[in-house]
Design a protein around this ligand. Structure first.
Ligand code: AMP
Length: 390
């Protein structure tokens, strides 16, 4: 069992919140604040109850030593504005100066400096974990994006706490992704795309036995089509994954899971050239860069009958307008009827935003590697560390 915020006694306590503030920074300015903003509800909930709040995150890859380029200074500024209250930036994340700041009754919100300024963070060092844990009474993890890493702040320190739980963002990820894996509303339709099969093997193997139908588009579809003997021209292919694609096709057949591959394509001789619409077979000099109109209809029809739909990976080279219709149509189909829709992966979330329907998706999972590993059925160390006996 993992406790939620409302199951933790936070009143008057010093609460350590492990958040994911790993935002892109250029010239000392944050260029995309989404990760920080999505954890604000957790911070507001904790702030309204706790005596003191310690916020901790990694930022970039400083390589285990202090590096001013990766200071959390810009994060502090953004937090102060968003929370409309003073936020102090500690000079480090452990040590006497930090302890003094934590003891200071004048400081209510303290942002600890970049956890990765210490190599012990990524090494999940027990003494470092204990030093972090000694600062607070309660541990809250809201950093889903880092939950697949067994680091001191995500896994190691949790065992020092009796009172620990998931922040609102982490809870939401667990609820929706957990529902997809263990109790989906049916029919459960999964749409997979993106460039490569190799990134998705684990997910395919884990999901095939759980779904009612599987729709494959994007670059990865061509390895499957080749495995079925379809002509794919110059499309993206992973030769060494063809036998694996056959294995997945057989697995789907043995489970009686319909596996839908593109039956037509938008293809071009080069990305910059004018596209043509082809049938199932792609001419030798052409590469498939989007699903064709018949496939769009077939995919949308299947999505239309879903009770729950999970989508990872664009079904075409959507960054180019002329190859974006398939991806836009999938995005639209997901929100057109009342099914639960889950969209996972940075590119796919971007595609949904491009289609202007991001507000209508039930859950946008932004965990990146963590989301994929969760969907592969792996146990994530940062989540396991929060588990308590019921
Ligand atoms: P992934 O990170 O594996 O989800 O891949 C996302 C990328 O795959 C996006 O940049 C898409 O443009 C690209 N992609 C999707 N379909 C194709 C295709 N048919 N050919 C080449 N690239 C594609």
């Amino acid at each position: 069992m993992i406790r939620g915020l409302d199951q933790l006694d936070l009143t008057g306590k010093t609460v350590f919140v492990r958040a994911d503030f790993n935002v892109p920074v250029r010239d000392g300015k944050i260029t995309e604040t989404h990760r920080i903003d999505s954890t604000l509800p957790t911070l507001r909930f904790v702030l309204a109850r706790a005596g003191k709040v310690l916020l901790a995150s990694h930022l970039g890859r400083p390589g285990g030593k202090p590096d001013a380029r990766w200071s959390l200074t810009p994060v502090r500024e953004h937090l102060e504005k968003s929370l409309a209250r003073p936020v102090a930036l500690a000079p480090d994340c452990v040590g006497p100066q930090v302890e003094a700041l934590v003891r200071d009754p004048g400081q209510k919100v303290i942002l600890l400096e970049n956890l990765r300024f210490h190599k012990e963070e990524e090494a999940n060092d027990p003494a470092f974990s204990q030093a972090l844990a000694s600062l607070a009474d309660v541990y809250v993890n809201d950093a889903f994006g880092a939950a697949h890493r067994a680091h001191a702040s995500t896994a190691g320190m949790a065992r020092f706490f009796r009172a620990k739980g998931a922040g609102l963002l982490l809870r939401r990820e667990l609820d929706y992704l957990g529902k997809a894996l263990f109790s989906p509303d049916r029919p459960f339709v999964v749409i997979l795309g993106g460039a490569k099969v190799s990134d998705k093997i684990g997910m395919l193997k884990n999901l095939v036995p759980k779904v009612d139908s599987l729709l494959i588009g994007g670059g990865m579809a061509y390895t499957f089509l080749k495995a079925r003997g379809v002509a794919v021209g110059k499309s993206l292919i992973e030769e060494e994954k063809i036998s694996l694609a056959r294995e997945i096709i057989r697995l789907a057949e043995s489970r009686r899971v319909p596996l839908l591959l593109p039956v037509d394509h938008i293809a071009a001789e080069q990305i910059t050239a004018s596209p043509i619409t082809t049938g199932a077979d792609i001419p030798a000099n052409y590469m498939g860069l989007d699903i064709g109109p018949k496939t769009v209809d077939r995919f949308c029809q299947e999505i239309g009958r879903a009770g729950m739909a999970l989508w990872n990976g664009p079904v075409g080279l959507f960054e180019e307008e002329k190859f974006s219709r398939g991806t836009r149509s999938v995005a639209q189909a997901l929100v057109e009827h009342g099914a639960i829709s889950i969209v996972a992966g940075g590119d796919t979330v971007a595609a949904v935003a491009q289609a202007g329907v991001e507000d209508k998706i039930t859950h946008l999972s932004t965990g990146g590697g963590a989301t994929l590993e969760f969907l592969e059925g792996k146990i994530l160390p940062g989540i396991q560390a929060l588990e308590e006996e019921p």
